[in-house]
Design a protein around this ligand. Sequence first.
Ligand code: PMT
Length: 425
Amino acid sequence: MATLLTRLSSKAMDNLLLKGKKIVLGVTGGIAAYKAVEVVSRLRKAGAEVHVMMTREATEFVTELTFREISGNPVAQDMWAKVQQYNVEHIALANLADLMLIVPATANVIAKAAVGIADDLMTTTILATKAPLFFAPAMNTGMYENPATQVNLSVLKERGFRIIEPATGHLACGVEGKGRLPEPAAIVQEVFDFFAEAKALQGKRILVTAGGTEEALDPVRFLGNRSTGRMGYAIAEIAAKRGAEVVLVSGPTSLAVPAGVRAVKIRSAREMEQAVLAEYDRVDAVIKTAAVADYRPKETAPQKIKKSDGELTLTLVRNPDILYKLGQHKKHQVLVGFAAETNDLETYARKKLEKKNLDFIVANDVSAHDAGFGTDTNRVQIFYRDGREESQPLMSKARLAGLILDRLKEQWDEMSEGIELFPKS
Ligand code: PMT
């Protein structure tokens, strides 16, 4: 009974998720194009507004009329056809989409999207859109496994597009192998999951710190580090995309503040401390990605220090350990730290986890050329309070940001499971 109720409510919730969502579905020329008809039908039944665009080749497999009837909207096909409803058609479609889905996606359209070719309505729309973009590849196994296609798919994945994995089975060309379009229900489930994920952190307030601090020596010089803010900004951006209220306390960087994120700009560790403490009580989690200077010059000269012959000796004093302080005053918050290490990663990371009273710590080897400071990629190990650990392979910082937020959500889920709703008296 409970399972049935759960199923019913999750189905009802799925339908709520798609209500009023504008989905642009691109159909390219493959035998699986007929399955896109059912995808459109299911999306529409779930309350989405579906706009179909077709390549000319797709119309060889399924008529435009079929999609017009099933979607209830005109079908966009020819860049140069008389405009019926949309302004500049490809731009209008690109702008109106809450999500764009290419079903089926041929090797050809995947290749064009990977290199940015825009030579018809479909590919110009793909290039122009800022909406989340899903590709559902379907093709002959040989074409799918060809290194050219695999490289193109990796490029699209790296850019944050989603690839709906093709299924393995009997293909229309007579062979058995990978390349079948998944069943329409599975494709639509990916869409439900996406919109569910977009709300996964709704109602949560997350404080992220990013970038390095600058500790002034005089009005023109400072002690700093190599943090660019990329890791922290990626976390802030994805947290906001998943519906969280995000405040980003950021050291100086050249990065733009992500949409929907409130930024507090600071320079020194002490400014960061003030900004973080001012927000601490009202947030549900802190992710401390910033590279905070452990020391600052004892004195900041009011005027530019003039050079003279011989050595210059600086006296440095300790900066506050902000995360340690947060750990000491932790109430309901989940605390996530980073550990930047060049050696003995596990030993140091575990010490910091313990000492700073963290829920988990993300440790990166900053001596690697492709991880840590200033890179677009990172490779981390995550250590948890209960002794668990996980090693993650090299991935983009955007992808890692998503993974860290998944882990944060799991912590909250575990915490809420631990709360007895109806405690026995
Ligand atoms: O910005 P990018 O170029 O993308 O680079 C990303 C990064 C390398 C900066 C990031 O991945 C990273 O490792 N951040 C942590 C850097 C750091 O200061 O690590 P730490 O091991 O020294 O500090 C441990 C933790 O304590 C960190 O969460 C840090 O924010 C916090 N800390 C440290 C010192 C201090 N005085 N106050 C703190 O709160």
